[in-house]
Design a protein around this ligand. Structure first.
Ligand SMILES: [Fe+2]
Ligand SMILES: [Fe+2]
Length: 274
């Protein structure tokens, strides 16, 4: 099974790149399943229903969220209509929407996708480790699901790596989102779970986390906001991780970052290119 995960889509330039390129990528690499983190897709803050629909129409099977899931207030309402839009599972009971789902891939596989959020340097949600454990207990790899992907939306690499090792051998992929800078530690862990501390963002890297640098510098230096954060709308880079998964076991065989356009060095999943 061929799976692609694309990092946090930031603003118009990131969105346009994903929407333009994803249909071609799906076809060229014969992708079975695509997950996109969309928490910053609407001007850097949250997601709207038309943007969600555009990402799904472009070929995303699931769109995940994070700490910015609710920046557009309307998402509290429309998330209930969209099974393919996830928000972190460890928000308090009663939070609208859902944090996991079982989805059919193009090859017929049932893919469990779980979106969870870290607590180090972030909001104090319910324990993400226990939330992920509960999902894996309810829908174990090999019995409930043919593949399991966990989008762990977190700040600290230690917390992300701990989740990776906790579920090693019980998930196909644990992938970090949120920090908007791709790490070079993608690999398959001992037990067969693919892991990457952070997948990076789909946006303009000539920026601070996808936002224009001036206001970020100003806030660090003066501690007084001068205006709103505005997305940097120069040339975007698409940043993701390609994972090949063994259809028999649901465990990962290999990983390869996919980076296209903009200021990041380009890489392609070489194992899928003849
Ligand atoms: Fe983000
Ligand atoms: Fe985030």
């Amino acid at each position: 099974m061929r799976l692609l995960f694309l990092g946090d889509v930031v603003g118009r330039t990131g969105r346009k790149l994903v929407i333009d390129r994803l249909p071609g990528l799906r076809e060229r690499f014969k992708l079975d399943f695509v997950i996109v983190n969309g928490e910053n897709a609407a001007g850097g803050f949250g997601i709207t229903e038309p943007i969600l629909q555009a990402l799904l129409d472009a070929g995303a099977d699931v769109v995940t969220g994070g700490n910015h899931s609710w920046d557009q207030r309307e998402s509290l309402v429309f998330i209930e209509r969209h099974e393919r839009l996830l928000r972190p599972i460890n928000y308090p009971p009663g939070t609208p929407g859902r944090g996991s789902g079982l989805f059919k891939a193009a090859n017929g596989a049932d893919v469990l996708v779980v979106n969870a959020m870290g607590r180090v340097f972030m909001a104090d949600l319910d324990c993400p480790f226990r939330a992920v454990e509960a999902e894996l207990d309810a829908c174990p790899l090999g019995r409930g699901a043919d593949a399991v992907v966990i989008d762990f939306h977190a700040e600290a690499t230690s917390e992300k790596q701990a989740i990776g090792h906790l579920v090693d051998g019980r998930a196909s992929l644990v992938i970090g989102t949120h920090t908007h800078a791709p790490t070079s530690d993608d690999r398959v862990l001992k037990g067969g779970t693919a892991f990457m501390s952070d997948v990076g963002m789909c946006g303009d890297y000539d920026s601070v986390l996808g936002m224009q640098a001036d206001e970020a510098i100003n806030r660090f230096m003066s501690r007084i906001p001068r205006g709103r954060f505005q997305p940097a709308n120069g040339v975007a880079s698409l940043s993701g991780l390609a994972v090949e998964i063994d259809d028999r076991t649901g465990l990962a065989i290999r990983t390869n970052p996919l980076r296209l356009g903009g200021s990041l060095r380009s890489t392609e999943p070489h194992f899928w290119v003849e």
